[in-house]
Design a protein around this ligand. Structure first.
Ligand SMILES: Cc1cc2nc3c(=O)[nH]c(=O)nc-3n(C[C@H](O)[C@H](O)[C@H](O)COP(=O)(O)OP(=O)(O)OC[C@H]3O[C@@H](n4cnc5c(N)ncnc54)[C@H](O)[C@@H]3O)c2cc1C
Length: 458
């Protein structure tokens, strides 16, 4: 149990950067410790916030009601069954470590949040994390065969086993996935693996505007071609990156909208898919770059990463959303972000996983400027209403946490929210697990954030 200033400070925040100091950090050494700790916490009604790497974008790992932070980062065992190709992991295993270890054996664990060098499997499961390869491979949930862990009262439970098939009883495994640590604590996960694709190829294409870029995405998906990545950048995002680096992303054009496509499979499959891709794109692209090696692909993906960081040249704060709309309505959403930009007079750079309809819309504002703060708040409410009106979701991968809690009512009816709360009180009657999240509306823009360099900041 740690109570020194540095440990408490580290556990007080996640990537939302709202900081609340817990009373203590408990660094778990054995999975069974979790049961003992929860039994005590339940008896004395102490709030418990489970923590992996603290990279959550929504404040879901912030101990908003203080109490204990349960740090699982030391639980790092990995055990592979080479026959069933099922890997059993403890929750503190870092996603990238698992991916690299499995790749050495010719196996592939696809869910790849951009935070994968830091984020843990426990956090990925609790948030049902997505990433860039979801278009072909799906999200974390699609790879979880079974979970072990503890209920709020400290009772040990297992939902599923390391088996390919399992339909016994109610499926509480899927209730835990994406539940942001409010229904139980995961101490072990059995994960499905795929064969590692033989080869990968990446292309980055420049388009005159978002309409042409997103139309190409629709045509690619309609054609039956299934890329392993299909990312989109709007012109506002690209301009940020170009201003930041002082050079144009492409030789022959600038201020363009970009689509990044990755193909994977055997050389033969990639050759056929590439031919089909270039036929679809035809002469609609102004320019393109291709990457045949991993290093060259990284350079392309760095452009995307640069867009995210360079947005801070527009204003010191961003509301970073991860909304989803039906794939064919993405252009309508982009048109809306452009009209919103005019209406609230704030930049709305947008990029994301166009193959899934999952776009990161950012509203940029200066926190100290009260007028900008108000306009950002208005903008985010209008955006969320529009997304739901388009048949979409207020979140596709980050979850609700604190940041999205005011918008739950846009997405869900009263009865739906009551049913969710009933599940929560059935599994955690004293409300000790990660209290204050999902259901209690929390207006982030009214809270100050702390300016601290976190491990994933460059
Ligand atoms: C730079 C950056 C890029 C990102 N990119 C993506 C992306 O592409 N896709 C994406 O989906 N997300 C992304 N995220 C968000 C975040 O990284 C993911 O949600 C990640 O899965 C969180 O993992 P973590 O270990 O940091 O969890 P934490 O932040 O520590 O915790 C997140 C939530 O999970 C709960 N939790 C953690 N471990 C357990 C456990 N063992 N049992 C029960 N509950 C638990 C916590 O209580 C909390 O509610 C990004 C974040 C950053 C900072």
């Amino acid at each position: 149990m740690l109570t020194d200033h540095a440990s408490l400070e580290r556990a007080s925040l996640d990537n939302l950067r709202i900081s609340v100091t817990p009373d203590a950090v408990i660094r778990v050494k054995l999975p069974s410790d979790v049961g003992v700790i929860l039994k005590l916490a339940n008896q004395y009604r102490i709030p418990v916030t489970t923590r992996g790497a603290g990279s959550s974008a929504t404040g879901s790992a912030v101990p908003i009601h203080k109490g204990w932070v349960l740090d699982l980062s030391m639980l790092k065992k990995i055990q592979l069954n080479p026959v069933s190709k099922i890997v059993t992991v403890e929750p503190g295993v870092v996603t990238d470590v698992l991916q690299k270890k499995m790749a050495q054996k010719g196996l592939f664990f696809p869910p790849d949040p951009s935070s994968k060098k830091y984020s843990t499997l426990g956090g990925n499961i609790a948030c049902n994390a997505g990433g860039m390869r979801c278009v072909k491979y799906g999200v974390t949930r699609d790879y979880v065969l079974g979970l072990e862990g503890y209920l709020a009262n400290g009772a040990a439970v297992q939902w599923g086993l390391p088996l390919k098939k399992y339909v016994s009883g109610l499926n509480l495994k899927d209730l835990w996935i994406g539940s942001e640590g409010i229904l139980g604590v995961v101490t072990k996960a059995h994960l499905k693996l795929l064969p590692l694709p033989e080869k990968r190829w990446m292309g980055m294409f420049a388009f005159k505007n978002e309409g042409i870029a997103l139309n190409v995405v629709t045509q690619i998906l309609k054609s039956g071609l299934l890329p392993s990545m299909c990312e989109f950048l709007d012109r506002q995002s690209v301009v940020c990156a170009e201003n930041f680096s002082g050079k144009s992303v492409f030789k022959n054009c600038s201020k363009v909208s970009i689509v990044i496509i990755e193909l994977d499979g055997s050389s033969e499959v990639i050759r056929t898919q590439k031919k089909c891709l270039f036929e679809i794109i035809g002469d609609s692209a102004l320019d393109y770059k291709e990457a045949k090696t991993e290093a060259a692909s990284e350079a392309i993906l760095n452009t995307r990463r640069l867009c995210s960081q360079s947005m801070y040249s527009l204003a010191d704060t961003k509301l970073n959303e991860d909304v989803v709309v039906p794939i064919e309505k993405q252009h309508e959403l982009i048109r809306y972000t452009l009209s919103l930009k005019k209406e609230i007079d704030l930049a709305t750079p947008t990029f994301g996983h166009a193959g899934d309809g999952n776009l990161h819309v950012h509203i940029m504002y200066n926190r100290a400027n009260k007028s900008e703060q108000k306009r950002a708040q208005r903008g985010i409410v209008l955006l969320m209403k529009k997304v739901v009106a388009l048949g979409g979701s207020i979140t596709g991968e980050h979850g609700i946490g604190l940041a999205k809690s005011p918008f739950m009512k846009f997405q869900h009816s009263k009865s739906e929210i009551q049913a969710m709360e009933a599940v929560r009180s059935a599994l955690d009657p004293n409300g000790i697990l990660n209290p204050g999240k999902i259901f209690e509306p929390f207006e982030v823009w009214k809270h100050s954030t702390i300016d601290k360099k976190l491990p994933w900041d460059h």
